[in-house]
Design a protein around this ligand. Structure first.
Ligand code: 0RA
Length: 637
């Protein structure tokens, strides 16, 4: 910059904001992606504050075509433009050029953002190559421009205006941030969450980088968010009407809770609209409050189960909820600053949640009893799974096979690595497989009928299912907290189902069970799909096996010029129809068979689409890796 362009006033401003430019990390946490996006949250928080105090109803965010400049507009009161008598500066200028300035941010006024946020507009200004603030109020429109935090040309009245509001445009400084492109997905997500946390506020996102526009608005606030989360997780609620709590004296707290049949616990928490993925003191207070309220209810109504002790985890199994608190001076902790560390929040949240939840339970007795039944079931399942695990350990300790499922035809060789368990659909297919197998190394477990859909079943339901509990016993490795890969009794677990859509459905249900309850088996490459043929094609003395229609057509095309005669095609109705010897040759024999190793595809996609896909297209959920065993093995059939 040429000398002489600075006035004395500019130098004061520069000095005022210099610490921010020198050590941006102290103000926005860092200059990486998180720090860059903090700039947006700063301006957004101010607009949201305006809305929360009832002055604004609409916030418009526009990410411009270059991907790094952004405009945030609200229809609030507009930043004051009147001159401060002592400094002769407009309030707007002070807000954008003095650290921690602005009457709004001082005691008495309700400034909800904090921590890394709430350091305000001046920080954004200091770290921007360019910033333009536009204000509409009192019938006029005003504008003030800044470069690197320094005013360019003062506050200008640029014409008449209707209504009121503030628009802030800024472009981050590339000499501060290594990368100045915003991530539209991150902004979109934050705006959507904001529209849930601040019910009734209309938040729009105009992404000019992709020419997409979205509007988020939820009159139901957190309740709508809760519905969305429960839907996404395909969880079946125990209490159809969630427990809700909204408090705004001293501590502003909003809470929604719902028990479901899901097997895990899922609480999303926010502090001043900032997600706290690692929880912290507010979540600890919530858990304490829930635990005490439920235990008090159980005690006063004499609902304590006999023979099991309820743990805190049992009480929260299947619990889905959202907690949002707004506090004055949040302290965030952890590498990604996503854990709240204000100690006073534990008792504050506990103190609000416990009495309210206890009151709700006492006034919704039938729902409360259903919740307690759900909790007791969780405790019994936990105990049952532990007992089952102990049973398996005991068995392997004495190397007795007496307690294995009756219908398991185990292999005679006990070396786990070299052995395989075929999980076969139906008794007749099981019979063929049993006769056709290599007895030394291949065990057969026939399953009867359809397997339970475990996508959203509780562990208790899973363990009640005979087919699945037999499978777990045969595997020997336990499940859940008791899982132990070293106890797995087989080197490969191979699902053998018919080559038709019914077979695919059963394979998917089995994979779903393994994916939900024994994911380590997939992660360690232990799970496979057998590939039985669907067609037998005889041409002269030659026999070909086709896995599916496409494969059959390919074989026929390839053999079309054959002079050996017309092909004789047989379609297998099912595995049970196949001669044991044929099953061995085509499907079981490690030297000739083809196996598909199961790997999980992108988990996010998986969770969302699972129910739609169930049975329709197993491969969309799981990726199957082809594997042809290469080693020759001794046969003993
Ligand atoms: C200080 C005082 C008043 C409003 C604001 C700041 C204000 C700041 C921002 C930032 C983005 N949007 C905003 N809207 C308002 C109160 C002004 C009055 O009393 O009229």
């Amino acid at each position: 910059m040429a000398s002489g362009t600075y006035t004395a006033k500019d130098i004061t401003v520069l000095e005022g904001l210099e610490p921010v430019r020198k050590r941006p990390g102290m103000y926005i946490g860092g200059v990486g992606s998180a720090g860059l996006h903090h700039l947006v949250w700063e301006v957004l928080d101010n607009a949201i504050d305006e809305a929360m105090n009832g002055h604004a109803s609409t916030i418009k965010v526009t990410l411009h075509e270059d991907g790094s400049s952004i405009t945030i507009e609200d229809d609030g009161r507009g930043i004051p433009v009147d001159l401060h008598p002592a400094t002769k500066k407009s309030a707007l200028e002070v807000i954008f050029t003095v650290l921690h300035a602005g009457g709004k941010f001082e005691q008495g006024n309700y400034k909800t953002a904090g921590g890394l946020h709430g350091v305000g507009a001046s920080v954004v200004n200091a770290l921007s190559k360019e910033l333009v603030a536009t204000v509409r109020r009192d019938g006029a429109q005003w504008e003030m421009r800044f470069k690197h935090g320094i005013p360019v040309g003062g506050l200008k009245k640029i014409g008449p205006a209707r209504g009121s509001g503030t628009t802030v445009y800024f472009h981050p400084d590339a000499t501060i941030f290594p990368k100045i492109e915003f991530d539209p997905a991150i902004i979109r997500e934050r705006l959507e969450v904001a529209s849930y946390l601040h019910k009734g506020v209309k938040v729009s996102f105009d992404d000019e980088t992709s020419n997409t526009k979205q509007v988020f608005e939820h009159a139901d606030g957190l309740l709508a968010y809760q519905r969305k989360i429960v839907d996404e997780r395909h969880a079946k609620p125990i209490n159809d009407t969630p427990f809700t709590l909204g408090k705004d004296d001293g501590l502003r707290l909003d809470l929604v809770l719902q028990w479901t049949e899901a097997t895990d616990e899922h609480i999303r928490s926010y502090v001043n609209g900032i997600p706290t993925a690692s929880g912290g003191t507010h979540e600890n207070g919530l858990r304490a409050g829930i635990g005490k309220a439920v235990r008090n209810f159980i005690d006063t109504h004499n609902l304590s189960p006999k023979g099991v002790t309820l743990t805190a985890e049992d009480i929260r199994e299947g619990l889905i909820g959202v907690l949002s608190v707004f506090i004055q001076e949040p302290q965030f902790q952890g590498q990604t600053k996503d854990r709240l560390n204000n100690p006073e929040l534990v008792s504050a949240v506990d103190g609000l949640v416990r009495p309210a939840l206890e009151h709700w339970l006492n006034h919704n007795i039938s729902v409360a009893e259903a919740i307690v039944a759900r909790i007791i079931l969780a405790a019994r399942a936990r105990e049952a799974s532990r007992a089952a695990q102990q049973e398996v350990s005991r068995k392997s300790a004495t190397s007795s096979r007496l307690n294995l499922p009756g219908k398991l035809s185990d292999c005679t060789n006990s070396a786990a690595d070299a052995s395989e368990l075929f999980v076969v659909e139906g008794d007749s297919a099981g019979g063929s497989a049993k006769q056709g197998r290599d007895r030394a190394r291949q065990a057969i477990l026939p399953l009867r009928g359809k397997v339970l859909n475990t996508e959203s079943a509780s562990l208790a339901k899973v363990l009640e299912n005979k087919e699945l509990s037999d499978l777990v016993t045969a595997l020997g490795c336990g499940l859940g907290q008791n899982f132990d890969l070293t106890k797995l009794r087989y080197g490969k677990v191979i699902i053998l189902a018919d080559a038709d859509s019914d077979g695919n459905h059963i394979a998917t249900l089995l994979l779903t069970f393994i994916y939900r309850h024994l994911p380590q088996l997939i992660a360690n490459g232990k799970v496979y799909l057998a590939q039985p043929p669907l067609y037998r094609i005889d041409i002269g003395k030659e026999t070909y096996w086709a896995l599916d229609d496409g494969h059959k057509d390919a074989i026929l095309k390839q053999q079309a010029k054959s002079t050996r005669g017309t092909p004789d095609i047989t379609r297998f109705k099912g595995l049970g129809e196949m001669m044991p010897k044929v099953l061995w040759e085509t499907t079981l024999n490690p030297r000739t068979r083809r196996l598909l190793r199961v790997e999980v595809t992108d988990q996010l996609v998986t969770d969302r689409v699972i129910n739609e896909l169930m049975g329709k297209d197993a491969s969309a959920r799981f990726r199957f890796i082809m594997e042809r065993a290469e080693e020759a093995e001794e046969l003993d059939v």
